[in-house]
Design a protein around this ligand. Structure first.
Ligand code: SAM
Length: 285
């Protein structure tokens, strides 16, 4: 009998109906399949019916158990079990050396970090992940709702984020204290030509956009103008808002994903121009 370890966020999914629904939610693709945290292998077993997979598990006791349970699949080369902390694998660059789909019942304590890493992992093309409902709502939130923050904007800039269904605590052993949701993020988003395109051509651009979002949402209840003015000149921000017909009282969560991209682009462009002007006139920042 294997005892669930709290420190690794182990809540094993025991509900066969939910397992079936997860499999039905997977994208139909010929990409590689990756699972994070196979646990006791219930989801792994179902995934293996679809295609071969690579699974990352941090817990050595579970790895010993899984190696026995799936010895035939491992010998056939259908299952590759990697004993590691998945965050360390992300640090190395990617969970795979080719495009992949991620399917997982994620450990709650690092679910947000894992999703953010997977969003930035160029090889990850889609994810179907079970996480705490409140966290799923943050990634899939729509503008003008209180959940709409940097997480939603980032996820929806890179892909299409959608909550598929909720899963109650009774589907797990041990039972978590919270309700879970299945979140799907499809990174095959077709950006509107000329609007999104080219924004994240480099990792540097993505990092700058993340900095812009941190600044925009530093005090979510304050106006966007007030937040962003800590990084950009207020008169410049006001000019851009005037051009975009945005009221000066607008708060960061009231601005759509597309508008955040446009504002980010305009601020950077104008800021670069200003810096150029200042350098030619010899003015210090
Ligand atoms: N997939 C199983 C299921 O659905 O029943 C288990 C899901 S359980 C919520 C999370 C799993 O992630 C556990 O097996 C846990 O040991 C593993 N895990 C926790 N932290 C991890 C990490 N940093 N890297 C890889 N696996 C991790």
């Amino acid at each position: 009998m294997i005892e669930a370890k709290k420190k690794f966020g182990q809540n094993f999914l025991k509900d066969t109906t939910v397992l079936t629904k997860i499999i039905q939610s997977m994208p139909q693709s010929d990409r590689k399949l990756i699972e994070i945290g196979p646990g006791l292998g219930d989801l792994t077993q179902e995934l293996l019916k679809v295609k071969p997979l690579v699974a990352y598990e941090v817990d050595e006791d579970l790895c010993v158990y899984l190696r026995k349970k799936f010895s035939a699949k491992i010998d056939e080369g259908k299952l590759t079990l990697v004993k590691t902390d998945v965050l360390k694998q992300f640090e190395k660059g990617s969970l795979a050396d080719e495009p992949y789909d991620l399917v997982a019942n994620l450990p709650y304590y690092i679910a947000t970090t894992i999703i953010l890493e997977a969003l930035e992992d160029h090889n990850c093309k889609s994810m179907v992940v079970m996480i705490q409902k409140e966290v799923a709502q943050k990634f899939a939130a729509l503008p003008k709702t209180k959940e709409f923050t940097s997480l939603a904007i980032l996820a929806q800039s890179i892909g299409v984020a959608k909550i598929l269904f909720d899963v109650g605590p009774e589907s797990f052993d041990p039972q978590p204290k919270v309700v879970s949701s299945i979140l799907k993020i499809d990174k095959q988003k077709e950006f509107v030509e000329g609007k999104f395109s080219g924004i994240f051509e480099t990792n540097e651009q993505l990092q700058k956009f993340k900095r812009y979002l941190r600044c925009s949402f530093q005090s979510p209840r304050k106006t966007w103008l007030r937040n962003i003015s800590s990084e950009f000149e207020k008169t410049l921000v006001q000019e851009i808002m005037y051009d975009e017909k945005l009221p000066i009282t607008i708060r960061p969560h009231e601005i759509s994903v597309l508008s955040h991209h446009l504002l980010f682009k305009k601020l950077r462009l104008n800021d670069a121009r200003k810096r150029e002007r200042d350098s030619t006139t010899g003015r210090e920042e």
